[in-house]
Structures are given as C-alpha cells and as structure tokens.
Write a protein that binds this ligand. Structure first.
Ligand SMILES: C[S@@+](CC[C@H](N)C(=O)[O-])C[C@H]1O[C@@H](n2cnc3c(N)ncnc32)[C@H](O)[C@@H]1O
Length: 288
C-alpha cells in the first residue's frame, strides 16, 4: 500500500546557474540496511512481466486518477515544510515584496501548493497534474483563486507546458514526490519540459524518495519493475533515487538529446535533511 504519509526518505534538487553551467555535487549516503533488509532486497529479483509493465505505463494516468477517486483530498498531508527545507525558495526573493512565479509540477490536490500560497502572498503559482480529478480538487479548494494561481491538466512527459505557461517566465519549479511516479526512461522529458518555462538561472526544487526508504522495503515480491522501481497494489509506481542516478550515462545522454547540449561536467549536491531518513539534492545548471 502507498505509505508516503508515514515515511519520507527524500531527495531535493535545486537548479540554479553556476559559472560553468554544471551540476554541483556534495556528499550523500543512503540509509544503511540491516542484514535482514539487505538479504530480503537481494532475494527480490523477479520482475513484473513486460506485458504488465507496458499496461502500467499505458494506464498511469488512469491509475492516478482512480487514486484520487478513492482518496479524494484525504491522502497526503499538507506540506508545510517547503520553505523550511528549501532555503532556496527564500533566496529567490532578491528584494522584499518581490513577486515570484512558481510552477508546482504534479501538484496532486495542492498539499504543497496551498501552504506555499498562504505563507507567501507574493507568489503566483502555476500548478498542473495529469489526474483530471486532482486538478478539479485544486480548483474547488477554498484557497484557490485565479488571481493567484492557474491550475491545468497536463502529462509532464508529453504535453508542452508552453501551452499554458509563457517561455522563460517561472522563477521556481517544485517537483515534490512526482518524478518517482514517472518511468525512469521518461524523467528527462519532464525536465526538458520544465526547462522551457524556467527563467534562465532559476531553480527546480526536487524532493522525492531516496534509496532504501522504508516504503521501498515494504514492497512485497512481485512488485518489482526494475532497479529501485516498484508498483503499488493500486497500479501507481515509485522510483527510489540515488544521487548516482542523475549522473548515469543514460540519463545524461537523454538530457543531452533533450537539451541539445552535452552536460560537460556534472555534479549534484546532496545533503541529509534534519530527519536522518531524509536527504536532499541540489542540481545546479545554467539555462542552456
Ligand atoms: C505522490 S503524488 C504527489 C502530489 C503532490 N506533488 C504532493 O506533494 O502532494 C504524485 C503526483 O504526480 C502526478 N503525476 C504522475 N505522473 C505524472 C505525469 N506524467 N504528468 C503530470 N503529473 C503526474 C500524479 O497524478 C500525482 O498527483
């Protein structure tokens, strides 16, 4: 069962400009497994059949929409930690009362969006999700106002964000527990899409499951789709990130193909969050 409520072994990315346009890397270490956990994971090698995997990919949107049909707005807790954990959000304000435009990509029912709008009256937020039900819940929220936000339905892997957001207009993009729900082969498409609307040198704040999260260890055999990638009983999927993942050749090559430029020296910045089971990652790059 989907247990993100109870656990969060997380990873954050911030993308900002650096002199050499590179990613920055600091240190990080994954949660240490007990011998029993290590043995259990090592034994769990059987993958879900290719046929079922293709079906899950095809039905990803339907499965998330059904998730919101079952849970309505009651599943995720409001995320009041965003400004605390992402100091970069504050740093984006170059002067007091500066208006910021943000994009909450994969907003769900707004558990991150609305606390942010409440905390910072100088934010205008675009928000999107590929579940039509989630988008409707956002619109029905008492805090939703078209003066302060625009929510729309969109599959981040294929619908052009430029249809709803002007190019180079967003100061901060948040990706909170969203990339993990997307097939690893398509994650670069999401980043490419986001890139088009991001102002040069601005940030992508990313937070997601990290390797060996308790949620990963709870998957029963028969749920494994690939390395660090699992399916829940309701058909929604979850990837568990390592810092190395963003540096693997396949991902870098896809980013190259997407952005039209080779990322020469790449480095990511990781740091443990207050809670030892959480971790964060900063990904820095100038706009290509
Ligand atoms: C774990 S929920 C997180 C929701 C929200 N960010 C939050 O913090 O509460 C993952 C969200 O990603 C959305 N999602 C998954 N794949 C997507 C895609 N390809 N395009 C847009 N949204 C997607 C799902 O519909 C779901 O609302």
């Amino acid at each position: 069962m989907f247990q993100e409520k109870a656990t969060a072994n997380c990873l954050n990315i911030v993308k900002t400009s650096t002199e050499d346009g590179a990613f920055q890397k600091k240190g990080h270490s994954a949660r240490v497994l007990s011998p029993e956990e290590a043995e259990r994971l090592a034994k769990d090698q059987v993958l879900v059949s290719e046929f079922k995997q293709l079906k899950l990919e095809k039905e990803a949107q339907k499965n998330w929409d059904l998730f919101y049909k079952r849970n309505s707005t009651n599943f995720f807790k409001d995320r009041h930690w965003t400004t605390r954990e992402f100091q970069e959000l504050k740093a984006c304000h170059e002067f007091a009362d500066q208006k910021l435009t943000i994009l909450e990509a994969g907003c769900g029912v707004g558990n991150c969006l609305f606390p942010l709008l409440e905390e910072d009256l100088n934010i205008f937020a675009y928000a999107c999700d590929f579940s039509p039900r989630a988008v409707e819940y956002v619109k029905k929220n008492a805090l939703y106002s078209t003066e302060r936000c625009k929510v729309f339905q969109c599959d981040l892997t294929k619908d052009d964000l430029l249809d709803n957001i002007p190019a180079d207009s967003v100061d901060v993009v948040t990706l909170i527990f969203v990339l993990s729900a997307i097939h690893p082969d398509k994650m670069h498409l999401v980043l490419r899409n986001i890139y088009k609307v991001l102002k040069p040198g601005k940030c992508v704040l990313f937070r997601d499951y990290g390797l060996y999260d308790h949620a990963m260890l709870r998957f029963k055999s028969g749920s494994k789709l690939g390395e660090n990638f699992y399916v829940r009983q309701d058909g929604t999927r979850s990837y568990f990130f390592t810092e190395e993942w963003f540096l693997n050749e396949k991902f870098l090559a896809s980013m190259h193909a997407s952005l039209g430029r080779r990322i020469e020296s790449s480095y990511l910045s990781f740091s443990r969050l207050r809670d030892m089971s959480k971790w964060s990652m900063n990904m820095c790059s100038e706009k290509l």
